[in-house]
Design a protein. Structure first.
Ligand code: SF4
Ligand code: SF4
Lengths: 390, 143
């Protein structure tokens, strides 16, 4: 049997004809286990992945339109949440973790962080009116010093979601060795190994289905916040050289994505403002990445199951720097892991239900010919990417 | 043995009566108080689990209603907003009764209001603020 080899163009041609065979990552895992990667690569064109979890390094570029008289905004607030205004006159960047200016923060610990940048983004995509306030020092060309107006996403001339670090390839499992409850970005951690929190969608997770980023880079079209978006660069803290298992899976946080898309096309179901007790505000982002099955190697990668993915259990109370254990996602998903002598209940922070839903939506889009693969123009950096024969 | 988690709301006229003592003495019931609060205008709120045989339980409940206590089930007190809940599971870290729990292998997060003790720990733990307390609000609305 000749080895399978497909091009992006061939797969896109099949998508256009409505003939592409698309499986979700969970379905692909079952198929590969049953028929092997060679046969699966022959049958399947695309595998869809998904993840839905708080992703702090997210935000939106907004241009709120020139006012009359014009203003060169120096300070801007949206629903009292400060945005960064150190750009041209009415261009701003609103970050997901920015709290409202009068938020009590952690003055009474743990703070609750009821409203921040992530919530403003959620309100905007929900079509809700948002109060915009801008201040300026005034110039000859931009005499206006103060603007207050109500805007909706529809009114804004420009709003682009641009997240510098999303979809972490693997992440720590967090525990607390100290004697008191701690409140972290990994959720509430009860004392003395009271619980173990983890946050990836495992075998559904985008970067765990293409561990060496053979098909991912600038121009890869993705599901982003309910619309079509793009991978535009590797994300901040992208670290491809993390130690890996023989199957290519990094054993700790590794690759990341910078993603971009038109906020106006997105939906509030897939961009949710969140409040993480004691930590801050954030934005839960829905991302789905289609993985083209170019050959048997890609079938092997996407055939990965939770039992073949591991991560490190780390203490978040600063008592122990070294990992306490290495566990598989199968163990994490069972509800309980063993750390030394102790049975520790596990708590997911990333929604597998929503990840599965995203993989399903992306699958439907491709099957219906509404979504073609974007050909990456420059792959994510990875010095360890295995050299290819062809 | 019959057991139910109840929310009792006491009008201010009876807030100082030995009602729980009567339940125990006259109706042979046992109880476990999870929360008790008196509001500024003297109305009281109590969350308790009431236990006994089915018949005594029914009679005890009738007694409470007769003297003017408003009895609600917990389901009316703590609710999950299904639109907001994105099924992550963060709340299961703190829920002491297992009312919030995960169905495996699907990883669906279920809320079983029958098991909820109204401790409210999930309310601030849920990143989406999907867990909603209703009885406190109702109380203040009425005054
Ligand atoms: S209030 Fe929340 S945390 Fe407490 S028992 Fe009910 S569901 Fe569980
Ligand atoms: S923490 Fe909130 S959003 Fe997550 S499963 Fe629980 S109720 Fe739903």
């Amino acid at each position: 049997m000749a080895a399978v080899s497909k091009t992006y163009e061939e797969i896109n041609e099949r998508i256009r004809k409505g003939q592409a065979v698309v499986l979700t990552a969970e379905e692909m895992t079952r198929l590969v286990k049953k028929v092997g990667p060679e046969k699966a690569a022959k049958e399947v064109d695309v595998v869809t992945t998904g993840t839905f979890a708080p992703m702090c390094s997210s935000g939106v570029f907004i241009n709120f339109g020139h006012t009359q008289p014009p203003i060169k905004a120096a300070k801007v607030w949206l629903n009292d949440v400060p945005a960064y205004a150190g750009l041209a006159a009415v261009d701003i960047y609103l970050g997901a973790t920015e709290p409202a200016f009068d938020d009590p923060l952690n003055k009474v610990h743990p703070g609750t962080f009821e409203y921040g940048g992530g919530h403003v983004i959620h309100d905007l995509v929900s079509g809700k009116p948002v109060r915009l306030r801008a201040e300026a020092y005034g110039t000859d060309c931009y005499p206006n010093r103060h603007v207050e107006m109500t805007v909706t996403l529809q009114d804004l001339p420009y709003a682009v979601l641009c997240n510098p670090r999303n979809a972490y390839q693997n992440y720590n499992c967090a525990v607390n060795l100290s004697k008191k409850t701690i409140y972290t970005y990994m959720g509430t951690l009860k004392p003395r190994l009271g619980n173990a929190n983890y946050s990836t969608s495992g075998e559904l997770s985008p970067l765990l289905n293409d561990p060496h980023y053979r098909t991912l880079g600038l121009g890869t079209r993705i599901f982003l916040g309910g619309a079509q978006g793009y991978i535009v660069w590797h994300g901040s803290q992208h670290r491809p050289d993390a130690p890996r298992l023989p199957n290519g899976i990094p054993r700790m946080p590794s690759g990341t994505l910078m993603v971009l898309g038109d906020l106006k096309e997105m939906s509030p179901r897939w961009l949710m403002g969140v409040s993480i007790q004691g930590y801050g505000c954030s934005l839960a982002v829905g991302i789905g990445v289609p993985i083209p099955i170019l050959d048997a190697e890609m079938a092997t990668y996407t055939g990965i199951s939770d039992s073949e993915i591991v991560t490190q259990v780390k203490d978040y109370s600063f008592n122990q720097a070294e990992p306490l254990a290495e566990v598989t996602y199968e163990e994490l998903r069972s509800g309980c892991i063993r750390i030394g002598e102790k049975e520790v209940p596990t708590v997911p922070l990333s929604s597998v239900v929503r990840a599965r839903e995203i993989a399903g939506i992306l699958k439907r889009w491709i099957e219906e010919g509404r979504f073609e693969l974007g050909v990456p123009q420059k792959l994510l950096p990875n010095p360890l990417r295995p050299a290819r024969a062809s | 043995m019959y057991a139910r988690m109840l929310v009792l709301r006491f009008p201010k006229e009876i807030v100082d009566k030995p009602i729980v003592t009567n339940l125990v003495r006259n109706y042979n019931l046992s109880f476990n108080i999870l929360k008790a609060q008196i509001y500024p205008r003297k109305e009281g709120l109590m969350v308790m689990e009431l236990r006994g045989n089915r018949k005594d339980y029914e009679r005890g409940l009738q007694y409470l209603k007769d003297i003017g206590v408003i009895v609600e089930s917990i389901a009316q007190g703590i609710r999950r907003d299904e639109e907001k809940c994105y099924q992550c599971g963060a709340c299961t870290a703190v829920c002491p009764t297992g009312a919030l729990h995960i169905k495996r292998p699907e990883m669906e997060v279920l809320f079983d209001s029958e098991r909820c003790s109204a401790c409210e720990l999930c309310v601030k733990t849920c990143p989406a603020r999907a867990m909603i307390v209703l009885f406190d609000q109702k109380m203040t609305l009425e005054v």
